[in-house]
Design a protein around this ligand. Structure first.
Ligand code: GLC
Length: 657
């Protein structure tokens, strides 16, 4: 029997398009086989509420903002399920200009062109041939069947996508990992749109682990892309883009327009006549434990968008008006003026991978590294025209100021710690050495012993009179990958990981941060969080998903032997332990106390690492080299010979390669 789809335009609910079906079950993960036939079955959204899309300046355009695409009908049977989905390709095909004024990032207008008749956000592609859905083997089968490299038409029909299969027989562990990844796929209206965070059959309380998390999907996306599967990633990017404009409120307060959700879920909502509609239900933090803000989501979205272009060659996606608008809205949120004194992003606690109270509010390294690479991605992707040239200028200014700031003030090695150890305090002047008034007593005793003679790292956070000296792995690895650090820093970070292997890798790569907060620190900083006890979960737990970022950093720095060693450790245990989310204890010996099993980004992180190692050429599309132009760039206007010296110019000698 073949699937049956019929699309219609729903008038009942202005928010959602509807997917009805006559069974009580939803279309969930395991029908991923659908996606192979290059069609794009969609239930695009109608967006309502001018606030979500338009600001005051745009109201004049409201009258014409919705245009409905044509519905087309196809009929197929799918295990007796008859599906009727509404199609109205309302899109972000509106004309809008987002007003903003920023000082060094003065991009007065993000100008988005086009009114009615632009290309819809979600491309409708409906199969002409009824047979296509039923006949093909599983997706993985298509990928690995005895071919080294096959060309297949991609979604847009025009470009060729290379499908890569391993040059060797996959191990049993890899085979299981692919199966699990495949099983984790979530479909929406018949199309794959992401992967659930965890698929643990023994988990009686999945909380939100049955959702598609933006950050968690990144390694899944890379695994698919590196195997030549672009569709799921394209769908994910486009659907999350729609969610960006969602009406979102937390206790009647509306967070910023460009915010991307932390996660979303495909829900089946019952209708009359035993039918159901499928809706996408985003979480912008309003349901999340602790109501944490998903600051990293938008940054990851931009990073993934670039990766999609690089790995598929389908650059048309990033050039689309709606996608360009999405990038600009995210940047607008990040670049808008506030009370900040630093070029780094100011965020609340728990706004990234560590999404609980862990004392990382302020300017945590992870967010800065993601911000820096999102800016570099955007600079590559933004279509330059009169409407965007100020934005591009703002991006360049910020990139240059941010990299200076992080290199100069976040970097520590033995010499720097010694310098801080001898700092004078209470210096009132623009020429102060100890600019942030750090009291030397703040240097923790563990660090005095721990800092190796070789190597160094970026500290976790910097605020007035406060340095968080903990080592945060993701931030450091992503500094290497994005070249937020200098080439010397990047090398030194890997040297430190090597020198401190037992602490940072131990039995399972890699520690999320080092060391754990204990005793009074734990009580005060985490608020006595029973999930974040010392050496567990975010508080010094070991997270195998970090393996892919480590592998990428190692490939970039020509240290593949380190990655190989870490992957071998993971390969020995992950399958046996049922792919845990995290491990506990100082050395990562035990499966985490409350760890989910069959955690998708553990699986995907492992697979992505394996593929990256075998395709270092393709891996190089995912990292950045030093940008020497940025180093020359300074907007302060102070000449070397002037009365006042440019502080960046003065310090440059130390931070240059
Ligand atoms: C936990 C992690 C977070 C992850 C989520 C889903 O909340 O802290 O980083 O995105 O689980 O796996």
């Amino acid at each position: 029997m073949r699937p049956s789809y019929r699309f219609f335009l729903s008038k009942k609910n202005p928010v959602f398009f509807k997917l009805h079906h006559s069974l009580t079950s939803t279309l969930s993960g395991n029908q991923f086989n659908f996606e192979k036939n290059n069609q794009f079955l969609t239930c695009p959204f109608r967006i309502f509420g001018s606030r979500t899309i338009f600001n005051e300046a745009q109201k004049s355009f409201c009258a014409s903002y919705i245009s409905f695409g044509q519905s087309r009908l196809i009929t197929k049977d799918f295990k007796g399920v008859s599906i009727v989905a509404g199609v109205a390709s309302q899109v972000r095909n509106f004309s809008t200009s987002v007003e903003t004024r920023v000082n060094d990032n003065n991009f007065e207008r993000i100008y988005v062109q086009n009114g009615i008749g632009t290309k819809p956000l979600v491309v409708e592609r409906i199969d002409k041939d009824e047979n296509v859905l039923g006949d093909e083997e599983s997706r993985i089968g298509v990928l690995v069947d005895n071919c080294e490299s096959v060309n297949r038409e991609n979604l847009d029909g025009g470009q060729e996508v290379e499908i890569i299969s391993p040059k060797r027989e996959e191990s049993e562990v890899e085979k299981e990992a692919w199966k699990l990844l495949n099983d984790a796929v979530v479909t929406y209206c018949g199309s794959p749109v992401g992967t659930v965070a965890a698929n643990d059959p023994g988990d009686k309380m999945p909380l939100n682990y049955d959702q598609v998390f933006i950050r968690d999907f990144v390694p899944s996306a890379l695994a698919f892309l590196l195997r030549g599967e672009g569709e799921i990633v394209k769908n994910f990017l486009l659907h999350t883009l729609q969610l960006q404009s969602w009406e979102k409120t937390v206790d009647c307060y509306s967070p910023g327009q460009g915010l991307m959700p932390a996660s979303f879920k495909v829900r089946a909502v019952p209708l009359d006549d035993n039918k159901f509609e499928e809706v996408l239900d985003p979480d912008f933090g309003e349901s999340a434990i602790g109501r944490v803000a998903p600051v990293d989501s938008g940054l990851w979205w931009i990073i993934l968008l670039r990766a999609y272009g690089k790995l598929t060659g389908d650059y048309a996606l990033q050039e689309r008006v709606d996608v360009q608008t999405g990038i600009k809205l995210i940047l607008k949120l990040c670049l808008t003026d506030g009370f900040d004194m630093f070029p780094s992003l100011l965020v609340t606690d728990g706004s990234c991978m560590i999404d609980r109270r862990m004392g990382i509010h302020g300017h945590p390294l992870e967010i800065q590294a993601l911000f820096y690479s999102a800016l570099r991605c955007s600079r590559e992707m933004i279509v330059v025209n009169d409407g965007s040239k100020n934005l591009v200028k703002a991006i360049n200014n910020r990139l240059s100021a941010l990299s200076f700031h992080i290199r100069e003030y976040y970097w520590v090695d033995m010499n720097k710690i010694n310098e801080i150890y001898r700092y004078k305090t209470e210096e009132y002047s623009t020429e102060a050495t100890n600019k942030f008034n750090i009291y030397p007593e703040q240097i923790p005793s563990w660090l005095m012993d721990w800092i190796p003679e070789e190597g160094g790292y970026m500290i976790g956070n910097l605020q007035p009179a406060h340095m968080d000296f903990r080592f945060f792995t993701l931030g450091n690895l992503w500094s290497v990958v994005s070249s937020l650090g200098t080439p010397k820093h990047n090398e030194a970070i890997l040297n430190l990981i090597e020198a401190k292997w037992d602490d940072l890798v131990g039995n399972m790569p890699l520690k999320i941060c080092y060391p754990a907060l204990e005793c009074e620190d734990w009580r005060i900083i985490t608020g006595s969080d029973p999930k974040n006890t010392p050496w567990s979960y975010h508080n010094g737990g070991s997270w195998p998903t970090l393996l892919w970022q480590f592998t990428l950093a190692c490939i970039k720095m020509d240290r593949v032997e380190l990655a190989q060693k870490a992957i071998a450790l993971a390969e020995k245990r992950l399958q046996v332990d049922h792919w845990p989310e995290y491990y506990d204890t100082r050395t990562g010996k035990f499966i985490g106390k409350q760890s989910r099993l069959y955690q998708t980004w553990t699986v995907a992180g492992f697979l992505t690492s394996k593929i990256l190692l075998e395709n270092t050429q393709r891996a190089s599309l995912l990292f950045w080299d030093e940008d020497y132009e940025l180093l020359e760039f300074c907007v302060c206007g102070l000449k070397k010979s002037g009365r006042k010296r440019c502080s960046r110019g003065a310090a440059k000698s130390q931070i240059l390669v």
